[in-house]
Design a protein around this ligand. Structure first.
Ligand code: MTE
Ligand code: MO
Length: 201
């Protein structure tokens, strides 16, 4: 009886790991290229495309309300980390500061260092998405995307752009860095949207 009771959390944990994934030890760093080092003094965040162009400074950005979030993190290279504790700003709160053209249907996420990744407006506007400023109570380390990164918990983590510094609003879908290099345009882990098919869908 007791054994059964104590095993229950493990079972729940395994049910939270998507197919083809295993639990990571620690918190791996996965970056293509060099780690950009950006001070909050020089940091800027730009909005353009099908939206009224605007540039935010660090102090503009962090004036938004901050919340704690717990989210599971799934890398397409098959590791997952459960219950990552973050602090940050809700995407939906940020969106109340900008004016987006109703014709905008997709977004290109841009980053210091040149990384890009695409996301649909629908996936981006989800209530659980946030811009992270801290992880496990500490300022976000540069290698994990500090001073600020996006976190989109319901998609593979390559959509969670580190050192994000801009959103380009688009009328139709364009492909980001990994998406142009064979990865799926959406990247949903429970249905294993890992790679794009040779036929382009
Ligand atoms: N700017 C940028 N963001 C990025 C990446 C990157 O190479 N550059 N890698 C992505 C991938 S593939 C993953 S799995 C996560 C890894 O985040 P971590 O290094 O904090 O674990 O960041 C994503 N965001
Ligand atoms: Mo990844």
């Amino acid at each position: 009886m007791l054994g059964k009771f104590f095993q229950k959390p493990e079972k729940e944990e395994s049910e939270r790991v998507p197919p083809g994934q295993h639990l990571a030890k620690g918190f791996p760093v996965l970056t293509y290229g060099a780690t950009p080092r950006v001070s909050t003094e020089e940091w800027e965040f730009r909005v353009w495309g099908l939206a009224k162009p605007v540039t935010f400074t660090w102090s503009d950005f962090i004036a938004l309300p901050q919340h704690d979030f717990t989210a599971d993190f799934h890398c397409v290279t098959r590791w997952s980390k459960l219950d990552v504790k973050w602090t940050g700003i809700k995407v939906t709160d940020f969106m109340s500061l900008i004016e987006v053209d109703p014709k905008s249907a997709h977004i290109m996420e841009h980053c210091y260092g040149g990384y890009t990744t695409n996301i649909s407006m629908e996936d981006f506007l989800r209530e659980e998405n946030f811009f992270a400023l801290k992880v496990f109570g500490e300022p976000l380390p540069a290698e994990h995307g500090g001073p600020m990164r996006l976190v989109v918990p319901h998609l593979y983590a390559w959509k969670s752009a580190k050192w994000i510094n801009g959103l380009e609003f688009l009328g139709r879908e364009e492909l980001g860095f990994w998406e142009r290099n064979g990865y799926h345009r959406r990247g949903e882990p429970w249905t294993e949207e890992r790679y794009s098919s040779a036929f382009g869908f």
